[in-house]
Ligand binder design. Structure first.
Ligand code: NAD
Ligand code: 89Y
Length: 344
C-alpha cells in the first residue's frame, strides 16, 4: 500500500480532529508538515502531533515539501486561494466544508482543480457518520422501495460559539455551517432536488446570521423532504451533534433516532439496531460521532486516491449540495420556491 505524504493547513479548533484522525491511518498517510498564518498555532500543532515541519507560508510549504495531498482545515474565506495554490502546484486537495462562502468561489476552485487535472474532495463528513452510513446502506439496498418522503433534522442548543467564535460573525450562518451537512445527507437519501423552499429565523441575540432554517424540497422522482437546521433549540437531553432521520419509501421506512438507534420497517421484517461509532483513544463526547466520521472521511479520500476514482464528496458532487444552500438563501430572499442548479 502506498504511504502518502500529506500537508495540513489551518491549525485551529477542528484541525486537532484531523491530525488525530490521520494518526488512525498512519499505515496509509503521514502528515509531513503543517501550516498556519499564526506561527504559534502551527508550531504547537507540529509539537503536539510529532509533525516534522511547520510553516506560516502555504506556497512555501508546497514548494518545499512537495506533498502528495493537502488537507485544508481553514475557514471558508481562505478556501479558494488555498485550492487555487494547490492547483498551481499540481497537488491533490481535500478541503473542509463549507466549500466556500459563495457560489462564485465554489465554482472557481472546482474549475481550478479540473484544469490542473488533480483530485478534489470536500471533507463533507456527516454522510460518513456511523448511523447515517448504515441507514443509507439499508435505504440503497432497495428493500425500502423508492423514496417518497424524508425528514432530516439537526436541532441543538449546544454552545457552538465557544469553540467556533467566528460563527457569531457570519451573515449567512446556519445554512452554510450545518445546512451544508444536512442538505448533503438529504441528497444521499432522496436524490437531487428540483424545488427548494426555505424559511429562516434569527433567534439568538447578538449574532449576525440566521440560526434556524427549515428547508422543504421536491426531489427528481417526486419525493418530498424537510431539512431542519437549528442552533437555537433548547432541549434536554441535547442531542448535539446528532442528525435524526425519518425516511419513507414505497415499501418501508427507516428512522435514525437518538443515540444511533435505527428503526427499520420493511417487507423482509422489522428490526432495530444500534449503529454507534467505536470509542477512539483521543475522542470524547459529545464529539465522538463527528470524530469517528473524520477518520472515515479521510479513509475514503485515501481509498479514492488509491483507486484513482472520484470521491463520493468530490468538488463536483459538493456543487450540488452548495446549489441547495444557494437556492435556500434565494428562496428566503424572494419568499418563493426556487429551482436549484444541478451539475454532473
Ligand atoms: P479556526 O478559526 O479555529 O481555525 C482555522 C485556522 O486556519 C486558524 O488557526 C487560522 O489562523 C488558519 N488560517 C486561516 N487562513 C489561513 C491561510 N490562508 N493560511 C494558513 N492558515 C490560515 O476554524 P475551525 O473551527 O478549526 O474550522 C475550520 C474549518 O473546519 C471551517 O471551514 C469549519 O466549517 C470546519 N469545521 C468542520 C466540522 C465538521 O464536522 N466537518 C466541524 C467544525 C469545523
Ligand atoms: O461547524 C459545525 C460542523 O460542521 O459540525 C459540527 C459543528 O462544529 C458545530 O455544529
Amino acid at each position: 500500500m502506498t504511504l502518502r505524504r500529506g500537508a495540513l493547513v489551518g491549525c485551529g479548533f477542528f484541525a486537532r480532529n484531523h491530525l488525530n484522525a490521520w494518526g488512525e491511518l498512519a499505515d496509509r498517510a503521514k502528515i509531513v508538515a503543517v501550516c498556519d498564518v499564526d506561527g504559534e498555532k502551527a508550531a504547537a500543532a507540529a509539537a503536539d502531533f510529532g509533525v516534522p515541519a511547520f510553516y506560516t507560508d502555504f506556497e512555501k510549504m508546497l514548494a518545499t515539501e512537495k506533498p502528495d495531498f493537502v488537507d485544508i482545515v481553514t475557514t471558508a474565506p481562505s478556501h479558494r486561494a488555498l485550492v487555487e495554490a494547490c492547483a498551481r502546484h499540481g497537488v491533490a486537495a481535500i478541503v473542509q466544508k463549507p466549500l466556500a462562502p459563495d457560489w462564485e468561489d465554489c465554482r472557481a476552485l472546482v474549475s481550478a482543480m479540473d484544469r490542473a487535472g488533480r483530485p478534489l474532495m470536500v471533507h463533507e463528513n456527516f454522510r460518513f457518520q456511523a448511523p447515517l452510513l448504515r441507514a443509507a446502506e439499508i435505504a440503497r439496498s432497495g428493500v425500502l422501495g423508492e423514496p417518497t418522503w424524508g425528514r432530516f433534522a439537526f436541532r441543538t442548543g449546544y454552545d457552538i460559539y465557544k469553540g467556533q467564535p467566528y460563527l457569531a460573525e457570519v451573515e449567512r450562518f446556519v445554512l452554510l455551517d450545518i445546512g451544508v451537512h444536512v442538505l448533503d445527507v438529504a441528497r444521499v437519501f432522496m436524490g437531487e432536488a428540483t424545488t427548494v423552499y426555505c424559511l429562516d429565523q434569527a433567534i439568538k441575540q447578538g449574532i449576525k446570521g440566521e440560526d434556524q432554517a427549515t428547508v422543504m424540497m421536491r426531489h427528481a422522482n417526486g419525493a418530498v423532504s424537510v431539512s431542519e437546521c437549528s442552533y437555537a433549540s433548547r432541549q434536554s437531553p441535547d442531542l448535539f451533534p446528532q442528525t435524526l432521520i425519518h425516511f419513507e419509501g414505497t415499501k418501508g421506512s427507516i428512522r435514525v433516532e437518538a443515540d444511533c438507534r435505527l428503526v427499520v420497517t420493511s417487507p423482509d421484517g422489522n428490526f432495530t439496531e444500534i449503529a454507534a461509532p467505536k470509542p477512539l483513544s483521543w475522542g470524547g463526547e459529545p464529539w465522538l460521532l463527528i470524530q469517528d466520521s473524520v477518520v472515515s472521511t479521510q479513509r475514503h479520500w485515501l481509498d479514492s486516491l488509491d483507486a484513482n476514482s472520484a470521491p463520493a464528496t468530490s468538488g463536483h458532487d459538493n456543487l450540488n449540495t452548495f446549489a441547495l444552500v444557494e437556492a435556500a438563501y434565494k428562496s428566503i430572499e424572494t419568499g418563493g420556491p426556487v429551482t436549484p442548479e444541478t451539475f454532473e
